[in-house]
Design a protein around this ligand. Structure first.
Ligand SMILES: [Zn+2]
Length: 208
């Protein structure tokens, strides 16, 4: 199974490690370098990795392929064309929508993971099911990021683990999670819930 992980940070790390440990061929895409402030929640990196490209360092750790680049419209098709499943673990709403749109265009299953402050969510999509835009429609203008608002360190391991499990199911042909979102609103106030989504009338995924 070929898994492409967008983002090699707090979510991309656990996602890529879990996918590789299960035997998947993993490609990691990230343009950033490892900084000291990353280490408390990006446990895939150590002091020796400071200044290295995250994609390179994470790929070396898991025996995968690292692509030091920002995932954008110009390279999205090339980076995902061989993927059995595409997983977003980035910290950027525009990237999440691009990953979802690209996977939908290719007819591939995909997983979009997000974590912020004390909560997170994991969306799973596949052809014919409710898509990311059925739920979120378009990127928000003022989305908070972990860089601005912070995220509880251990949370990303949990959310990343859920994302990896869903990605491996979808990539292996089990489409049961597709069209649903796993949501942890605030881990101080209760456990996660799962919401199965209907397709939204008028959404881009309805097609011509
Ligand atoms: Zn849709």
């Amino acid at each position: 199974m070929r898994v492409v992980v967008i983002g090699a940070g707090g979510l991309g790390g656990p996602i890529a490690i879990a996918a590789a440990a299960s035997g998947a061929e993993v490609t990691v895409v990230d343009a950033d370098v490892v900084e000291l402030s990353n280490l408390h929640r990006q446990v895939q990196f150590g002091m020796a990795d400071l200044g290295r490209a995250k994609a390179t360092a994470l790929a070396a750790r898991i025996g995968g392929r690292g692509v030091v680049a920002r995932f954008e419209a110009g390279n999205a098709a090339e980076l995902t064309v061989d993927a059995d499943v595409v997983v977003d673990g980035s910290d950027d709403p525009e990237t999440k929508f691009l990953v979802a749109d690209q996977a939908r265009a290719l007819g591939r299953p995909y997983v979009i993971a997000a974590a912020l402050r004390h909560g997170g969510n994991v969306f799973a999509g596949a052809p014919g099911r409710a898509c990311y835009r059925c739920l979120f429609e378009a990127p928000p203008d003022d989305a908070a990021t972990c860089g601005d608002s912070g995220v509880l360190g251990p949370l990303v391991g949990w959310v990343g683990g859920v994302a990896a499990r869903r990605a491996l199911a979808l990539g292996g042909g089990d489409l049961d999670p597709a069209g649903s979102i796993w949501v942890l609103d605030d881990l101080r106030r209760g456990g996660p819930r799962e919401v199965r989504l209907e397709r939204r009338r008028g959404c881009v995924c309805e097609g011509p």
